[in-house]
Design a protein around this ligand. Structure first.
Ligand SMILES: [Zn+2]
Length: 233
């Protein structure tokens, strides 16, 4: 099932109230069209009926994709400082829905699902691309770490996320994207063979400690190391 609910929001430009159909949970197996909308970066975009300003509502829903083995909590980008608490909450939801606390039939589905949490549209879209390409997302983060280490310059904070956007036979294409709406900046390519080598997880390949840092993690993102989690008040 894909569950929508009517939400009243304020236009970020003219501040008038408008109603918006927001998604609460999205089943990609039953609604591949909605998954495609996320990949096309048009999901939850609208124009204000009063002033015409186009904007995009931040994500705040779960995606279930049994076919590709994905269960993703798509959290708002602004909640990233709370990633530690959000990750714990997502882990608890997954345990009840598909994990240790779920009925046998759901647990069976859960064994084929990788639970994840992401913050914002570029990060969500990236996980869907990972699902399509059958990549290992920990290995992808290792590739990004390599790209960042070798980068002569890193774009400023406005264009702040390096995200996988596509791939061809030999290369993974990464783009610097703006966190809040996914607007794309410079593209960097990295050899797909590097991903494959790291994903093979050979002993003493130099990535053992990196992989261990994501052991059991739902928040599989370099930002795990970069964003200091806010402590609960
Ligand atoms: Zn408006």
């Amino acid at each position: 099932m894909s569950l929508f609910q009517e939400t009243v929001i304020d236009c970020p430009s003219c501040a008038r109230s408008l109603s918006f159909e927001t998604v609460h949970s999205l089943n990609a197996d039953r609604r591949p069209d909605l998954r495609a909308d996320i990949l096309d970066s048009r999901f939850q975009r609208t124009n204000c009926p009063y002033c015409g300003t186009g904007f995009r509502l931040d994500c705040d829903f779960t995606v279930l994709d049994v076919k590709r083995g994905q269960w993703i909590v798509a959290a708002p980008v602004g909640a990233i400082a709370d990633w530690e608490a959000r990750e714990a909450a997502a882990r608890a939801i997954f345990a009840r829905a598909y994990g240790a606390e779920a009925p046998a039939i759901a647990r069976e589905i859960g064994q084929r699902l990788k639970p994840r949490i992401v913050f914002g549209w570029p990060a969500l879209r990236e996980k869907l691309v990972v699902g399509d390409l059958g990549l290992d997302d920990v290995a992808l983060e290792a590739v990004k770490a390599t790209v960042l280490r070798n980068a002569a310059s890193i774009p400023g904070r406005v264009v702040a996320e390096l995200r996988l956007v596509a791939a061809d036979k030999n290369d993974l294409l990464l783009a610097w994207q703006r966190s809040y709406d996914g607007a794309a900046g410079a593209v960097v390519s990295a050899p797909r063979a590097l991903h494959d080598k790291i994903a093979a997880a050979a002993a003493n390949d130099g990535w053992t400690a990196f992989r261990a840092g994501f052991e059991g993690a739902l928040f599989v993102d370099l930002k795990r190391e970069l964003v200091r989690p806010r402590k609960a008040a």
